[in-house]
Design a protein around this ligand. Structure first.
Ligand SMILES: [Fe+2]
Ligand SMILES: [Fe+2]
Length: 494
């Protein structure tokens, strides 16, 4: 007798706080502030997220890093760290060109597992910077506000990082990530908590941003192996370039830190808090841990046990496997492993052969088959890889990047409003209203421009727009329209 599949993550991070079990709920509570479009969260969520942040900051403070006690040596340390990552990636490539196997993903489903596991983090990309918008008049924070606007694609659908990742998940049938383990939500929840407590935790936010924008070794390796497995790596390659230390987000992060560090008063305490924010990047499960937590068979059993809950009484009784009806099998999710064995014994699944030779595979994937549509792209890939069972029939490694073609600039520019630099506020708003989805097609867009019509100063316009740029609101038609206008107005403040 087999038991219900064990939890997906078998190795806990040493940095997980005891409150991690609440991450998922808090994550969605902070994203669910769309009702009034103000970008604000309710008082209970605010208090809970503050406690969450404090607890993870205290866990972060105990993490050993080489963040210095004074800032003089920081640029050198960051350069060295970048150099080490680049060298390690070079060695990785040399090993791979010498015939070594992939370091990260054992199969395509393994890579898709990873895409789902990091979804809670990627779908709030840049969120920690949101709370800085209310300080648009502070020139020291301008580089970080600029970074936030770039994370949002400056309002262009094709360049908004959250929408890019959403598109990636949808393209490969990986968009069922919402019920993942609590541990997968820690970093996303940290980012949202920083978004809503930016004022109180500004040094920590600046430090967190600096840490996040550094090039981690896993980023180029992930991109390389996704491409090999025929999965578009653009989201990841984009972050190698846009975060670069010479002109990109990493440089802006350092610049902001240097500008914000007090020259008089308690600079040491400020830097200590920045260091804690820097370390905050390491709480929860990191990319290497997520990748290491994949177990093909356990993950397939978990998926099938989930299906059993829904499908237990939906099968007809004449369909027998090992003398028992499928409905009977499915009423005991703990016996899924036995069911898989029975399906193999009955010849419905022929492991170690092409999936096309398995009757069960056709039941799941053929357009007219009874179970067509029950398994999403990720789940089908799991089943496929499990049936193949290390026969070497996984996709042939790609050495060229066939995904290189990206949104054409012309397509992007078509969606961008261009307003002359000396235009009046009224004219800028009117210009953006013309470029937005036509009146009546989206009530939120209509409401946005109705409110903006009453804004007779830039400060009032920013106040109206700000809430629409929140992590929950920005990837919507009204959020994108607001981001475009905000970006134009912000350029004039600089
Ligand atoms: Fe990003
Ligand atoms: Fe970035």
């Amino acid at each position: 007798m087999f038991s219900v599949p064990r939890k997906v993550l078998r190795t806990a991070s040493p940095y997980l706080a005891p409150e991690q079990a609440r991450s998922r709920q808090l994550y969605f509570a902070m994203l669910d502030e769309r009702g009034d479009k103000t970008g604000r969260i309710d008082e209970l969520t605010r208090a809970t997220s503050r406690t969450f942040l404090l607890k993870h900051l205290s866990a972060a403070a105990a993490i050993d890093t080489d963040f210095p006690a004074d800032l003089q040596s920081l640029p050198h340390i960051l350069r060295q760290s970048h150099k080490h990552a680049a060298q390690a990636y070079r060695h990785y490539l040399d090993r791979r060109h010498g015939g070594a196997p992939r370091s990260y993903f054992s199969s395509r489903s393994h890579a898709m597992y990873f895409l789902r596991a990091v979804a809670p983090t990627k779908l709030v990309d840049g969120a920690w910077l949101y709370g800085l918008l209310q300080r648009w008049q502070d020139p020291r924070l301008a580089p970080l506000i600029q970074t936030y606007l770039e994370e949002l694609g400056c309002g262009n659908t094709l360049q908004n990082h959250v929408l890019l990742y959403k598109g990636l998940l949808a393209r490969y049938g990986c968009d069922k990530w919402q019920n993942g383990p609590e541990e997968h939500f820690t970093q996303g929840t940290v980012q949202l908590a920083l978004a809503h407590h930016a004022h109180e935790f500004l040094p920590e936010l600046i430090g967190y941003n600096l840490g996040y924008e550094q090039l981690p070794l896993h980023l180029p390796i992930t991109a390389y192996e996704l491409n090999e497995l025929d999965i578009d790596p653009y989201y990841f390659t984009l972050h190698i370039t846009i975060d670069n230390a010479s002109t990109g987000h990493a440089r802006k992060a350092l610049q902001c830190l240097l500008d914000c560090t007090p020259s008089i008063g308690n600079a040491a305490d400020f830097i200590r808090r920045v260091g804690n924010g820097f370390r905050l990047n390491q709480v929860g499960v990191g990319t290497p841990q997520v990748i290491a937590s994949f177990d093909l068979e356990q993950e397939l059993l978990r998926v099938l046990a989930d299906k059993a809950l829904v499908g237990a009484n939906l099968h007809s009784d004449y369909c027998l496997v090992a003398g028992r009806s499928v409905s009977d099998w499915l009423t005991s999710p703990g016996e899924i492993a036995d069911l898989l064995k029975a399906l193999q014994s009955a010849g419905w699944i022929r492991r170690g052969e092409s999936p096309e030779k398995s009757r069960f595979w056709h039941l799941v994937t053929d357009k007219q088959a009874p179970m067509f549509g029950v398994f999403d792209g990720y789940e089908q890939q799991l089943l496929r890889d499990w049936i193949l069972a290390d026969t070497g029939q996984t996709p042939t490694a790609r050495t060229s990047n066939r995904f290189r073609s990206r949104p054409r600039l012309a397509d992007v520019e078509k969606t961008t409003a261009v307003v002359p630099g000396d235009a009046s506020l009224e004219r800028i708003i009117a210009h953006h209203a013309d470029a937005a989805p036509s009146p009546g097609s989206c009530p939120d867009v209509d409401a946005l421009f109705r409110h903006l019509a009453r804004a007779d100063t830039k400060a009032k316009a920013f106040a109206v727009l700000e809430g629409m740029l929140s992590p929950g609101n920005h990837p919507t038609p009204a959020g994108l329209a607001a981001t475009k206008l905000y970006t134009d107005l912000f350029q004039q403040v600089l």
